[in-house]
Design a protein around this ligand. Structure first.
Ligand SMILES: [Zn+2]
Length: 91
């Protein structure tokens, strides 16, 4: 039965193509992953970096600015001096 042969060959061909690891570049970090792992990688590694969502950096800045606004003028000067010292400190 030639028809059955064609169908089973096609099935083998399709399963081969599907199981082939296809490298896909992560558009967030640029690393290569097989297509079946990319979605789980993104969920695990970039869960907090969804489009339009603030990053940890931005959230940290907002927190610092909010705290800074509540300081007295004297303490603002101290904070600025300490920040400047932090930036100048040798790493
Ligand atoms: Zn990534």
């Amino acid at each position: 039965m030639p028809r059955c042969g064609v169908v089973s060959n096609m099935g083998a061909f399709i399963s081969e193509v599907v199981s082939m690891p296809e490298p896909v570049r992560c558009d967030v970090c640029g690393k290569l992953f097989s297509s079946r792992h990319l979605s789980s990688h993104k969920r695990l590694a970039h869960a907090r970096q969804k489009l339009g969502e603030a990053t940890d950096d931005q959230n940290g800045m907002k927190t610092i600015l909010a705290l800074y606004k509540n300081l007295s003028a004297e303490n603002k000067q101290r904070v600025l001096a300490q920040l400047a010292a932090l930036e100048q400190a040798p790493s």
